[in-house]
Design a protein around this ligand. Structure first.
Ligand code: NAD
Length: 342
């Protein structure tokens, strides 16, 4: 089996999860991660997890002074890799692209970058084969990934004519202390549409979709209320079965106590999920409502982890390690323990 060398540039919320996911893949080797500051996460990366750490050339001394072992510079890390997953803050990836191009390395970018940073915007259940062999792939953001998993499942089974969705966004990730709101609900923005539907169209250009978003004071998950018009009339059972059988989607029952995002996270904690991650899209079973060709449902998105499986699949697509989506989904989902929620 070919084993490809993967580097993760940017070791924050997304980067640390993607790095760990890479270590679990039989066809991938994590050759290093990068940090810009000699903080506790750098200590964990090197001393606890045993990762090779690469830093900007002008920061090597600061890391060594702090007693943190450095394997080399970020440039050297990129040189050693077969592919780079860029998980730096939004906009930085576009700057780093120059380095990836100069060193002749393919790269996976995140949803905080503009779509034109890459050859294709990507979501496994929608357009895996379109990304095969592409040098630069952008994994769309957490909300877009959540919307696309559900929409492309319905599209494949029944056809989708239009989608309208309201997105209730978490204000910040749990570790962030400088972002609000603390006590308000903020239209995001008031002038519609929100960017989420437009981002969905970077993957499924012919979809009629309009989204509206508000930001609320929570850090756990996003929630979407979605209205879709399908290409034909369906029964509730058909829709429930389509979601149930789809990879990376789990249905939870309000009647079993899943009354809020807090219950989903509490279950993930009780199940001993690492970092209480829920990379699956979570749909409330009772919310699925069907009226002829119209379907309505509510879903929750764990923003910190939902894009991790898609990053792993994007690596396989770029380097043609799996030519069919089902082949990468099987390995990714098994190694990450997906769909074993309850
Ligand atoms: P983050 O701030 O948690 O992590 C970014 C990391 O990059 C930090 O460790 C930071 O120190 C490091 N970094 C900063 N400048 C750097 C540089 N010049 N070189 C190398 N490393 C540098 O950010 P995040 O939330 O992980 O977001 C990363 C990307 O993923 C963004 O495009 C974001 O939009 C996207 N994304 C984030 C979420 C989320 O909810 N957090 C969800 C989906 C996608």
């Amino acid at each position: 089996m070919t084993v490809v060398k993967v580097a993760v540039n940017g070791f924050g919320t997304i980067g640390k999860r993607v790095a760990e996911a890479v270590t679990r893949q039989p066809d991938m080797q994590l050759i290093g991660v990068s940090k810009t500051r000699p903080d506790y996460t750098a200590v964990i990366a090197t001393k606890v997890l045993g990762y090779d750490l690469y830093v900007p050339a002008d920061k090597v001394e600061a890391f060594e002074k702090a007693g943190i072992r450095v394997a080399g510079t970020i440039e050297e890390m990129v040189e050693k890799a077969d592919i780079v997953v860029d998980a730096t803050p939004g906009g930085k990836g576009a700057e780093y692209k120059k380095l990836y191009v100069e060193k002749g390395k393919p790269a996976i970018f995140q949803g905080g970058e503009d779509a034109d940073v890459a050859d294709v915007s990507f979501s496994t259940l929608c357009n895996y084969t379109e990304a095969l062999g592409k040098r630069y792939i952008r994994v769309v953001s957490c909300n877009t990934t959540g919307l696309l998993r559900a929409i492309c499942t319905l599209r494949r089974e029944f056809g989708v004519r239009s989608v309208r969705a309201t997105i209730v966004r978490r204000a910040a990730d749990p570790k962030e202390v400088k972002r609000g709101p603390v006590n308000a609900i903020v239209p995001n923005p008031a002038k519609l549409p929100s960017h989420h539907g437009l981002d969905v169209k970077t993957v499924v250009p012919d979809l009629d979709i309009i989204t509206a978003a508000v930001v609320v004071p929570t850090t756990l998950m996003h929630v979407h209320v979605v209205y879709a018009r399908l290409a034909r009339s369906v029964t509730r059972e058909e829709v429930e079965r389509a979601f149930e059988e789809a990879p990376r989607i789990i249905l939870v029952d309000e009647a079993l106590g899943f009354k809020s995002t807090a219950d989903i996270i509490e279950a993930a904690r009780d199940l001993g999920r690492r970092r209480y991650d829920v990379p699956e899209l979570v749909i409330w079973r009772e919310s699925i409502t069907v009226n002829g060709d119209e379907v309505i449902w509510m879903q929750a998105v764990h923003q910190e982890s939902i894009v991790v499986p898609e990053n792993i699949d994007a690596i396989r697509a770029a380097l043609r390690l799996a030519d069919k989506p089902e082949d990468t989904i099987r390995v990714t989902d098994e190694t990450l323990g997906l769909k074993k929620f309850l």
